[in-house]
Write a protein that binds this ligand. Structure first.
Ligand code: UD1
Length: 429
């Protein structure tokens, strides 16, 4: 199993290209199930989760190929995927595949919409809470699906096809919004989704669906109105930049000091997180090419932050912000309101010498003057990124075990950081 070794204490200076967003690329790939025509996706990040989903889609009969990069542009362009679901040959998504990645559960809505049946294993994904799927199932039931649970599988049927419905989500869910939206575009009649998640990745998928011929009003708002169409066609779409990767590197620079241009990043996708960093004393400059992040000299100020659905502070940046605050003088407070068990990084950061106390959903971080390198273990995707930030700040060597978590969601992380002066290497075994 690969490990990452970081020798801390180097400032970061230079340019980091921001990849396409994992959390948009995955549902965009799934949207290919909705049409027999070709869907071309540009700027897809090369990640373990993306390749894993590719395998799942192939199993359903999707013809999937990755086009070559243009010479000289390999670093920046991401990859171009061509996906064609001419015939869906299998409407089952098996346990061995879905258990590796939660987002693959989102094939349920599109399969049901196009084939009127689907059998999808209950999902896996990062162990950050109970992560139920009741909202997905209730939403699809509102579109006329009959749903049973059999031997760990969701078995869904809509014999005459799905019909439009009215869904008021009792809680904001990114996945349930994706699932129901992708089902509703091919349902008969009008669907109204209220209290929809507004994460930019949902807007990106909705915009792609519109290019494919879907009729969706209210994109990027909490109320989506969808007029079902009988058929969607192919399209070409470019995946939007990854706001979580952007925020992670911004926090890494804030942690080590230095100045880095996050090339291709879009500030409008993470204003709340940038605002938190600016208030803490990090310099953020929004440019036409991306976001310039700088931290020189003076200590940062502690923060008091709660994670919230978009446009609030993202839960996917909570662990990274916590790592940053471990060395900020004074007391910071971070409250996690989205997932009930998303504090596994706390004990790992403690190995580096961080002082963090937990009470219910709230972590209190008391800044210490220095962290010291140690052996730590990556426990989930975003927590792993927090350990990288911890390692970059710590004196001496930090070894991060189980880096396959990082490979699921961060493209070429070591390379991007190394180019900016970090001492970071992958130890392959
Ligand atoms: C997505 C993101 C993940 C991010 C999360 C919250 C992807 C691939 N993953 O995950 O990175 O951390 O949004 O921004 O885009 N819930 C229910 N019932 C359900 C569904 C969810 O109770 O049927 C709860 C969850 O347990 C959680 C909350 O709703 O407490 C939010 O979860 P949700 O937005 O659905 O997260 P994911 O879509 O799994």
């Amino acid at each position: 199993m690969d490990r990452i070794k970081i020798t801390g204490g180097q400032r970061l200076n230079g340019t980091i290209p921001i990849s396409g967003a994992k959390n948009a690329a995955l549902p965009l790939m799934i949207a290919a199930l909705l049409t027999p025509d070709r869907l071309t996706l540009k700027n897809v990040p090369n990640l373990a989760d993306v390749m894993n989903l590719g395998r799942i889609l192939r199993n359903h009969g999707v013809d999937f190929s990755i086009a070559g990069k243009r010479p000289g542009q390999a670093e920046m362009q991401g990859e171009t995927f061509h996906l064609t679901a001419r015939d869906i040959v299998d409407t089952t998504a098996p346990y061995e595949m879905v258990s590796k990645m939660r987002a693959s559960f989102w094939v349920l809505g599109p399969l049901l919409a196009r084939c009127h049946e689907a059998r999808v294993s209950l999902p896996g994904g990062c162990a950050i809470g109970t992560r139920p799927v009741d909202l997905h199932l209730d939403g699809l039931r509102a579109l006329g699906a009959q749903i049973d649970l059999e031997d760990g599988y969701v078995v869904a049927k809509a014999p005459g096809g799905l019909t439009g419905g009215h869904i008021i989500f009792p809680k904001v869910s990114v996945g349930a919004t994706h699932n129901v939206l992708m089902a509703a575009v091919l349902a008969k009649g009008e669907t109204l989704i209220e209290n929809a998640a507004r994460e930019p990745e949902i807007g990106d998928v909705a915009n792609c669906l519109v290019k494919m011929g879907a009729k969706i009003d209210g994109i990027n708002t909490a109320t989506l109105r969808i007029e079902g169409v009988p058929y969607l066609e192919g399209a070409v779409h470019t995946v939007l930049p990854d706001r979580i990767e952007t925020g992670t590197y911004a926090m890494a620079v804030a942690a080590t000091g230095g100045e880095v241009l996050l090339e291709g990043a879009r500030a409008d996708l993470l204003e709340e997180a940038l605002d938190v960093l600016e208030k803490a004393g990090v310099s953020i400059e929004r440019t036409n090419h991306g976001i310039k992040v700088a931290k020189n000299g003076q200590d940062l100020q502690p923060v008091d932050v709660e994670t919230r659905p978009y446009p609030g502070f993202p839960t996917d940046l909570q662990a990274q912000l916590m790592a940053l605050m471990t060395r900020v003088p004074g007391r910071s407070r971070i409250r996690e309101t989205i997932f009930e068990n998303r504090f596994m990084h706390v004990q790992e950061l403690a190995r580096l010498g961080a002082k963090i106390s937990l009470e219910g959903d709230t972590a209190t971080i008391t800044g210490v003057p220095q962290l010291r390198g140690a052996q730590v273990m990556a426990t989930d995707l975003r927590a792993s990124a927090s350990l990288v930030i911890g390692g970059l700040m710590a004196q001496g060597d930090t070894i991060i075990n189980r880096v396959y978590h990082l490979d699921r969601g961060f493209e070429r992380l070591e390379q991007k950081l190394e180019r900016c002066g970090a001492q970071i290497t992958r130890l392959s075994e």
